[in-house]
Design a binder for this molecule. Sequence first.
Ligand code: NAD
Length: 253
Amino acid sequence: MIASDLATATEALRDLLEGARAIVPFTGAGISTECGIPDFRSPGGLWTKNRPIDFGDFLASGEMRDEAWRRRFAMEESFAQARPGRGHRALASLYRAGKVPGLITQNIDNLHQASGIDAADIVELHGNTTYALCLECGERYELSWVRERFESNGHHAPDCACGGFVKTATVSFGQAMPADAMQRAEGLSRNCDVFLAIGSSLVVWPAAGFPLMAKRSGASLVIINREPTEFDDLADLVIHDDIGAVLAPFINQ
Ligand code: NAD
């Protein structure tokens, strides 16, 4: 069913959520656009400005590593200032009510953690851009450490003490998906009765497979996105509207 207007959407969503025991939200960049972080694929989104740097290019070229860090610091103002939006807060309310066993996100912005959901209950499929890791030894670095060195050495990416490359703790295109996160996301998708796909264009694989997995395992699939997605035909409820407006009625402070 495609909800015809916001009031119908809210009512249908409320019915589904009230009857559910285990709700699994699956979020994409669209939940964070109202927080000032652009998504990839909306008009004017990051995709239209800078195509992402492939992992192979990051490994192969010092210039690409410098460029990756230049872009990251250019985004820092947006990331550092961002606070959880209405969508994040509504999901945190459902979590506090004991209805959300875990949340799967493609986002790298840390805003679900900031909304009060325990980090242990958040599955980050594409990692987290608010800190960095050495690709060799796994040492964690804060962005302030990286930035200080980047700015004092002519805008070159610093390396780890072990000699390994330091990269934001994100999963780039071409980089292996984290096995543990994939396994946990599969467990959540197969064991929920409502799966909420929120603000994802559902074109980035393998992440886009989870809504399908949930649907095939018997969950009701809800898609909330202002634009149509390829999975709309499969969904039990489709809401083509603004995420913040749709989820605001579910915020319970
Ligand atoms: P996407 O950019 O491909 O899709 C975002 C979708 O959200 C679009 O279909 C758009 O129509 C919709 N949308 C945007 N704002 C909305 C709003 N206010 N209300 C309703 N719908 C809205 O994002 P994706 O599917 O998450 O894939 C992009 C990849 O890039 C992700 O895997 C993620 O790792 C990364 N990314 C993350 C962030 C972040 O962490 N905030 C931002 C950009 C990209």
